[in-house]
Design a protein around this ligand. Structure first.
Ligand SMILES: C[S@@+](CC[C@H](N)C(=O)[O-])C[C@H]1O[C@@H](n2cnc3c(N)ncnc32)[C@H](O)[C@@H]1O
Length: 398
C-alpha cells in the first residue's frame, strides 16, 4: 500500500554544496541497491541505518560538519560551559561516593561535553579514574581526540575509546542526544491492523510503502494500546525505537552501581502517543532547518525521533535500576546550581555578560531547549541524594 505523507520538497531547504550533493547521490544509489536486493522495499529502520550509519558512507560515518554553526544542528554542550558544568557537578557527587567511579559517555559528538566535564571536575579536584567514550562514528572519534588534545591536554590521558560497555561498571553513564539517534521503526495504525512504514523505489525516487507490520512491531503496538487504554485512530503515524530499548537494557544489566543520565528531547508515553500526535515525532536536521521528511538528501541530513522516556524507564526498572528523577532541561540546569554561573557576573566584560545570558536563555527557555529536552536519572545500588531531583521532579508522568 502506498502512503502519502505530507512530503516536504527539498526546495524548502537550503541548497547543499555540490560535494554534499554528490555524496547524497552515492548514498541514495547504495540504498537503492539494498532495496532492490531486498525485493523492492526495506523497513524505515533499515533505511535510517543505511542513511546515517552505513560504514564509510552514512551521515555519521562521513559527513564533515554535523554539529555546530557550520553543521546541521547545535546541541546543549556546544553553547558553552553551563550544560557540561551541570553534569560535572552531578558526576562529582557520585565520584565522591563510589570508590573508583568511572565516567562513560555514549555518542560524544565533537567532544565538547567531555572537555567541559573534565575541566570542571579538575577545577573541583574530583577526577574520575577513567573517562570512557563509546562512539559509533570514526569521523567523530577523530574530532573528539583532536579537541581533547587541544583544549585539555593535561587531562586527555584519562580518556579512552571503547567499543562496548564493560561488564561490572561502577560510576556515571551519560548520553546526551544519543537515544534520539538510534534507528527506529515507523508504524501506521489502520482499523484492523498495524502497518509498518517501509521505503520502496519508484524509478529513481524513494517512496513510502506500507505493509502489515512484522510480529515484533505489531505486538508492541497492541501492548502499547493496552497500556494507554485506547486504540490509536485509523491513520495514526508514530515511531518506536527497539534499538534504544536494547541499549538501556544493556546499560542497566552492566551497571553495578551508579547513575545513568539520559538527556534528550522526549516525552512520557501518554504524551508521546496522545491522539493529537498523529504524525509522530520524526525530526530531520539539515543546515539548521528542522523538518519531518527523512527521504530528502539521504546521507547528508540527520534523522531523529523524540524519545519515549516511559518505556526506557520501565526497561531500566525491569533490570533492577531505580528511577531517581525526571526533569525538563531548565529544571536540570537550575537544580544543578545555576546561580554559581552568576558569581562573578558584575566583573565580566559586557560581551561576556551578554554571552552568558544568551547561553542560559537557550538552555532554559521553554521555547528553546528548556521544556522539550529532558533529563532522566536512573540508578543502581546508589541514590543521588543531593538537590538534583528534589524540586519539580516529574517522574510521576512516566
Ligand atoms: C546528535 S549527536 C549528539 C552528540 C553529543 N552527545 C552532543 O551532545 O553534542 C549523536 C551522537 O551519538 C553517536 N551515536 C549514534 N549511535 C550511536 C551508537 N549506537 N553508539 C555510540 N554512539 C552513537 C553519534 O555518532 C553522535 O556522536
Amino acid at each position: 500500500m502506498k502512503m502519502k505523507l505530507e512530503a516536504l520538497s527539498s526546495n524548502a531547504l537550503p541548497k547543499p554544496s555540490d560535494k554534499d550533493l554528490v555524496k547524497s547521490n552515492r548514498v541514495s544509489r547504495f540504498i537503492g541497491q539494498q532495496i532492490e536486493k531486498a525485493g523492492n522495499r526495506i523497513s524505515f529502520r533499515d533505511f535510517m541505518q543505511h542513511a546515517l550509519y552505513e560504514e564509510d558512507l552514512g551521515y555519521y560515518a562521513s559527513k564533515k560538519d554535523i554539529i555546530g554553526v557550520n553543521g546541521d544542528f547545535i546541541t546543549a554542550p556546544e553553547y558553552g560551559e553551563i550544560f557540561s558544568n551541570s553534569i560535572a557537578k552531578q558526576c562529582a557527587v557520585i565520584i565522591n561516593e563510589i570508590k573508583g567511579a568511572t565516567i562513560l559517555e555514549y555518542g560524544a559528538g565533537t567532544g565538547a561535553l567531555a572537555v567541559g566535564i573534565l575541566k570542571k571536575l579538575s577545577d573541583m579536584g574530583c577526577m574520575p579514574e577513567h573517562y570512557f567514550i563509546i562512539e559509533i562514528s570514526v569521523n567523530l572519534i577523530n574530532h573528539q581526540k583532536r579537541k581533547l588534545k587541544e583544549e585539555v591536554p593535561e587531562l586527555a590521558s584519562i580518556v579512552s575509546w571503547i567499543s562496548s560497555m564493560p561488564k561490572e561498571f561502577s560510576g556515571i553513564v551519560i548520553a546526551n542526544e544519543v537515544a534520539d539517534a538510534f534507528p527506529f521503526e515507523r508504524f501506521v495504525r489502520a482499523d484492523n491492523q498495524v502497518l509498518q512504514v517501509c521505503i520502496a523505489k519508484n524509478k529513481e525516487k524513494f517512496e513510502y510503502d506500507l505493509i502489515p507490520a512484522d510480529k515484533k512491531l505489531c505486538d508492541y503496538v497492541l501492548s502499547l494500546e493496552k497500556i494507554i487504554g485506547y486504540k490509536l485512530d485509523h491513520g495514526y503515524l508514530s515511531e518506536v525505537s527497539f534499538e534504544a530499548q536494547d541499549w538501556v537494557k544493556e546499560v542497566a544489566c552492566k551497571i553495578k552501581s551508579g547513575v545513568f543520565f539520559i538527556l534528550d528531547y522526549g516525552a512520557s508515553r501518554n504524551e508521546y502517543y496522545a491522539p493529537n500526535r498523529n504524525q509522530g515525532w520524526t525530526r530531520c536536521h539539515f543546515m539548521h532547518h528542522a523538518h519531518n521528511e527523512p527521504l530528502i538528501y539521504p546521507g547528508i541530513q540527520d534523522i531523529t525521533t523524540w524519545v519515549d522516556f516511559s518505556i526506557l524507564s520501565e526497561i531500566a526498572s525491569d533490570n533492577d535500576m531505580k528511577i531517581n528523577g525526571f526533569l525538563n532541561q531548565s529544571q536540570f540546569i537550575i537544580n544543578s546550581g545555576i546561580e554559581e554561573s552568576f558569581n562573578n557576573f558584575d566583573q565580566l566584560e559586557l560581551t561576556a555578560q551578554i554571552e552568558l545570558s544568551r547561553q542560559i536563555k537557550l538552555l532554559t527557555l521553554p521555547n528553546q531547549m528548556g521544556e522539550n529536552f529532558k533529563c532522566l536519572g536512573l540508578s543502581k545500588n546508589f541514590i543521588l541524594n543531593n538537590n538534583l531531583f528534589k524540586s519539580r521532579d516529574r517522574a510521576y508522568v512516566l
